[in-house]
Design a protein around this ligand. Structure first.
Ligand SMILES: [Zn+2]
Length: 462
């Protein structure tokens, strides 16, 4: 005879939306939360796991991930396995992965699914990068695959997108993308940088004595991000599109977007863990080279203020697994980007709480809001009856240290090497199954593809 429940999580402080940490037990059946009950309530569960004194949050959602050796499309089992191991170790239970190709995504989708299924430790969905006229013609087909959010590189002018095989684009192509996404209830995630200005500053090459990250910041100053963010946000209002500004790094960019939000609401802001925790003086040096660059300390402080005020919708990692051999070069020749999936939740949570940001605001930014914006709520992003049993259990009194080893990524380094945190991830549960148990990865690789019918305003019901 089988038990009515597969798993009972008992004794924890369970984060319930609107209520905060609550003294309840969770009953899980068939991968979903099927009961939220008092400690005393009897229930027949096949297994009971005691998490007394620990904090139970909805699994984190990383809405900004790149996978694959060439960071375009996951093609091999280990592209999915190694990097999703990093996610599971850090309490991330769902990731949205950018597929980047100049070919039709109908084919790329199939090969990416083949690489992910049976190999990913966590659930996943995709965003597609739109770069060719053919992509726009196939827009409705892509929606039919359950992909409702699309990236657009504003900086791919002339030859800038050649490394991905993308032709140069312009504002008329962007306008077309925005118009199309509004028609279909999708969302556009632009990479906002004014590349014409970047080229000019790059050629000028600043004073290297300031250190590699300061030089890189000077080569791509904040206003080139702000100018592009403002332009796409304004065109969103003209077309009625929803726009999600990825990896917002600076005060200038947040303020530029906020000015547009005052007259048009469907513009959303993502920042990344690195912009909340690293600055131009960080020890990580060239390892932390990324676009947009990590900024001076004043921007980090401003972003936390914006975070606390609810201006930041979501935190992503912009994870990519570029190997360390591509980074151990001078600042001009090193690759941009680094792995961050494993640090997203522990770093944001620890730093946010240290600064006195409420747990509600943090959970919203690392889980709930992304689920809502990307059409996964309430299946994801909340602990509620009927939701997927995606949970992270944290010991808030057990210090841990981030190293390349704890991050598992094939990249074999982390810009946060040696960072000490006051907390540890104990268990990560994906669809009712342990992906991380007592701090150790399991061999569970049952992550599923999550189709998403709509994103942005259409997903929010607005
Ligand atoms: Zn990215």
């Amino acid at each position: 005879m089988s038990s009515p429940y597969d798993l009972r999580i008992t004794g924890g402080k369970v984060f319930l939306e609107g209520l905060g940490p609550s003294d309840v037990d969770l009953l899980i059946r068939d991968g979903r939360i099927s009961g939220i009950v008092g400690r005393e309530q009897q229930a027949d569960a096949a297994e009971t796991v005691d998490v007394t004194g620990k904090l139970v949050l909805p699994g984190a959602i990383d809405p900004h991930v790149h996978l694959g050796k060439d960071i375009r499309v996951p093609r091999d089992p280990d592209d999915a396995e190694r990097e999703s191991a990093s996610a599971a170790a850090g309490g991330v239970t769902t990731m949205l992965v950018y597929l980047m190709s100049s070919s039709s995504y109908t084919g790329e989708f199939a090969s990416a699914r083949a690489a992910m299924d049976s190999n990913s430790h966590i659930d996943y969905g995709f965003h597609f990068v739109l770069g060719t006229p053919e992509h726009l013609e196939e827009f409705a087909d892509y929606m039919g695959l359950g992909v409702s959010s699309f990236k657009f590189f504003m900086n791919f002018r002339g030859d800038e997108g050649k490394y991905l095989g993308m032709p140069g684009n312009d504002d008329s192509f962007m306008y077309d993308i925005l118009r199309k996404s509004a028609e279909h209830g999708a969302m556009i995630n632009p990479h906002p940088e004014n590349i014409e200005l970047v080229r000019m500053f790059r050629d000028e090459r600043g004073d290297e004595s300031a250190g590699p990250l300061a030089v890189w910041n000077a080569a791509r100053p904040a206003f080139v991000e702000a100018e592009a963010a403002q332009r796409v946000a304004y065109l969103a209002s003209v077309t009625g599109a929803s726009v999600y500004c990825v990896h917002t790094s600076s005060r200038e960019a947040v303020e530029a977007i906020a000015r547009q939000q005052a007259s048009y609401p469907n513009i959303f802001i993502e920042t990344c863990t690195q912009y909340l925790t690293l600055d131009t003086t960080s020890d990580a040096g060239v390892y932390a080279k990324v676009n947009p660059p990590v900024r001076p300390r004043e921007d980090v402080e401003f972003l936390w203020k914006a975070f606390e005020d609810g201006l930041i919708d979501a935190v992503g990692s912009d994870h990519n697994a570029r190997h360390r051999s591509n980074k151990e070069k001078d600042i001009w020749s090193a690759s941009a980007g680094f792995p961050g999936l494993g640090g997203l939740l522990p770093l944001t949570l620890a730093e946010g709480l240290r600064r006195g940001v409420s747990l509600d605001t943090i959970v919203e930014a690392v889980s709930t809001r992304a689920a809502k914006l990307f059409g996964m709520y309430p299946r994801k992003g909340t602990i509620a009856v009927g939701s997927d049993a995606d949970l992270v259990v944290l010991d808030m009194d057990a210090p841990s240290t981030i190293t390349a080893k704890t991050q598992h990524s094939a990249a074999e380094y982390t810009p946060w090497e040696g960072t000490e945190l006051p907390l540890s991830v104990v268990h990560t549960i994906v669809g009712g199954r342990f992906a991380l148990r007592d701090g150790v990865l399991t061999d569970q690789r049952a992550g599923s593809y999550i189709p998403r019918a709509h994103s942005g305003a259409a997903a929010l019901g607005g």
